[in-house]
Design a binder for this molecule. Structure first.
Ligand code: AMP
Ligand code: MG
Length: 360
């Protein structure tokens, strides 16, 4: 009976067109990454399209074929659980049951949603995994994107509210309490997947690895010469792979560090000379406009860096900076439309493109 009461609003039954990003906003600058492309090792790096993005893994000749298989198998497993583009995924099942009934899910899907809700609370709703209806309405990256009428947006806004995600820890169920609500883990799931891939590397006792899930980068261990890893921060005005500077990070053997960017250039469309990008301000249902072009976050845990880069972008510089500074072991680089760049105190960032400038 409850099914009949829960009429699905007309925008909600559309497929979300790749809610994971198809971009490479940060990348590794190193001799090793050059080798990666020249493919001159016994165990070449592998690249596959998963989670709506190009996923590449480089075990620097230290991993067997079976380790690569295990990593990519794991990434597919996560995609099958958490993608909104796969109708049988647990997220799709939760969304289909919005306003109807709780859905029992795997422990890992439950935990990712729980962490997403944690960051929603921490960012006071700037990060909101229930952003699904807004993402679908705008369709950015779908090929049929458009600027919706303000009335259409206003109609959906009550559906975007992380407080209406009910989690039952015992039963491992997730319930979206309102008809038409939908989850979108596009801002956090790739980070989780990167952490899981890194865990396989560690379990296999591989001393060095680079995992890049469409710009969600995680490195494990030390480079061969023990020099810091250099992770490029994308120049938003240039071709993919062109850095405006780089972050230096180091990880002890069997330890991981991650660098994740959220940027307006990752996915957008233009209409009447205005750029509409994919990072939404949940209370408004519009792309967040605050002078930022990108936010890059470094951390130990990629899921956290992923959620935070999106959250901080939407929060804007002042609140976002304060949030990052309040967290241990997390640093950020902010790139603005006026080409200024700011960093938190502990970020080891070097600017290389002198058309940009560091602002203290
Ligand atoms: P990211 O590149 O990690 O910042 O993720 C961006 C993706 O997250 C978008 O393409 C949407 O699918 C989703 N998204 C957009 N705005 C938000 C938001 N405010 N909170 C959570 N997810 C969002
Ligand atoms: Mg994110």
């Amino acid at each position: 009976m409850r099914h009949h009461k829960c009429g699905i609003p007309k925008n909600i039954d559309k497929k979300i067109p790749g809610s994971f990003l198809f971009i490479i906003p940060v990348f590794v600058i190193s001799f090793n990454s050059f080798l990666f492309f020249s493919c001159v090792r016994a165990e070449p790096a592998r690249m596959e399209f998963i989670l709506g993005t190009i996923c590449s893994v480089n075990l620097y000749g230290l991993g067997s074929e079976s380790v690569y298989n295990e990593i990519f198998g794991r990434l597919r497993e996560i995609e099958n659980l958490m993608s909104v583009n796969i109708p049988s995924s647990e997220i799709s099942r939760i969304n289909a049951a919005a306003g109807i009934e709780p859905v029992r899910v795997s422990e890992e899907t439950f935990n990712v949603i729980k962490r997403a809700v944690y960051f929603a609370r921490l960012s006071e709703g700037a990060f909101d995994p229930s952003i699904g209806p807004v993402v679908i309405l705008w369709g950015i990256g779908s090929g049929s994107e458009r600027v919706p009428a303000s009335g259409e947006i206003a109609e959906l806004l009550p559906l975007v509210n992380w407080r209406n995600i009910e989690l039952d820890e015992e039963a491992k169920t997730v319930f979206l309490t309102q008809c038409g609500m939908s989850l979108d883990l596009g801002a956090i799931a790739k980070g989780y997947a990167a952490d899981e891939a890194a865990a396989i590397v560690k379990k296999a006792l591989i001393s060095r690895a680079l995992i890049d899930l469409g710009g969600n980068i995680i490195i494990t261990g030390e480079k061969k010469d023990a020099s810091p890893w250099r992770i490029g921060v994308q120049n938003p005005e240039k071709q993919r792979g062109t850095a405006l500077g780089y972050l230096q990070i180091t990880a002890a053997p069997n330890e991981s560090k991650t660098v994740v960017t959220s940027g307006t250039y990752e996915r957008y469309f233009e209409n009447d000379g205005i750029r509409y990008h994919h990072l939404f301000n949940p209370p408004l249902g519009y792309p967040a406009q605050n002078g930022l072009i990108s936010v890059t976050v470094t951390a130990d845990v990629s899921m956290d860096a992923d959620a935070l880069s999106t959250a901080v972008f939407v929060l804007g510089f002042e609140k976002g900076f304060a949030l990052i500074e309040s967290l241990d072991g997390i640093e950020a680089v902010f790139v603005f439309e006026d080409r200024s760049v700011r960093t938190t105190a502990g970020a080891d960032f070097t600017l290389t493109d002198k058309t940009y400038f560091i602002k203290k």
